[in-house]
Design a protein around this ligand. Structure first.
Ligand SMILES: Nc1ncnc2c1ncn2[C@@H]1O[C@H](COP(=O)(O)OP(=O)(O)O)[C@@H](O)[C@H]1O
Ligand SMILES: [Mg+2]
Length: 275
């Protein structure tokens, strides 16, 4: 079942050039979708259109069977949580607990219930020890984990990550990627992750590739990632496992092309056991 249906939307910031043009796609309920594309291709604009932070010029957006319009905007916003790129832009509270509570306060959650929810989600992102710390003293990865806890606390059905790892060091990136995957596994929530990390793409269920405001590819990562020439022309990379298995093929070894490390390791084991 489609959780989100985007039908022929266009949007322009300056009323001259379209940042997003005639874009249509579907996101299945419970799926993990990645959106990739060069800088300026329209990815963040799409995320903002989905939560009505920007208003489309034309087309329609349907979430959970409900058309996004002035009447049900708040119902739809409650269904969608978003984590942005820059962790420093999402902090407003004096403590980590305040930050996790921020959205709840806006929803008039009773204070006893709030305490419990804060603890549950702080624990979920391994930040229980920091509840009374000042957010400004945390590492980038920790800040993003707090932001994720704040979003999870609102119990959304859909989570959007807009390059949530791009400002983090490799350890922070790995931590947050692992967290996104475990949230998806454990909650079955619908996830949309805008990312530059091609390894993350290889682990998603569905990938949308954007270029200059248009969708240029849409499908399963294992199919899309094989289209190396087109991806390189769009200034995108291919996963290490694919480079590796292509390298093996170039050496005359008959192996399957793999897009994930797990797949490549299995393939090497299979080749090894054949010999
Ligand atoms: N606030 C804004 N005002 C004017 N133009 C913008 C604004 N934000 C983005 N754009 C333009 O819209 C296009 C798409 O941007 P964006 O959606 O941010 O791309 P991406 O997230 O893929 O990097 C780009 O050409 C960008 O310069
Ligand atoms: Mg962006």
């Amino acid at each position: 079942m489609a959780k989100i249906q985007v039908c022929d939307i266009s949007f322009s910031y300056d009323k001259e050039t379209n940042a997003v043009e005639h874009v249509s796609f579907q996101i299945e309920a419970g799926s993990y979708t990645t959106i990739i594309g060069h800088n300026g291709s329209g990815k963040s604009t799409i995320a903002k259109l989905l939560i009505d932070l920007l208003e489309k010029d034309s087309g329609s957006i349907i979430v959970d069977g409900m058309e996004l319009n002035d009447e049900n905007i708040y119902t739809i916003r409650d269904k969608i949580g978003i984590v942005f790129q820059n962790p420093d832009n999402q902090f407003i509270g004096a403590t980590v607990a305040d930050d996790i509570a921020f959205g709840l306060e806006n929803h008039q959650v009773a204070s006893e219930a709030m305490e419990q929810i804060i603890q549950t989600y702080a624990k979920r992102v391994n930040m229980s020890r920091y509840l009374l710390s000042e957010p400004t003293h945390l590492s980038g990865g920790q800040k993003q984990r707090v932001a994720i806890a704040g979003v999870l606390a609102m119990a959304p059905q859909i989570m959007i990550f807009d390059e949530a790892t791009s400002m983090l060091d490799p350890q922070g990136k790995a931590e947050i990627n692992e967290m996104i995957q475990s949230i998806h596994r454990e909650t079955g929530m619908t996830i949309i992750s805008i990312t530059h990390d091609i390894e993350e793409v290889s682990h998603s269920d569905h990938v949308i590739v954007m270029d200059q405001g248009h969708i240029v590819m849409d499908g399963k990562p294992e199919d899309i990632l094989l289209r190396e020439k087109e991806l390189v022309a769009l200034k995108l990379d291919i996963p290490f496992a694919l480079k590796f298995t292509k390298g093996l093929q170039r050496k005359g070894i008959s192996c399957r092309l793999c897009t994930t490390m797990e797949g490549a390791v299995e393939e090497v084991c299979r080749l090894h056991s054949k010999n």
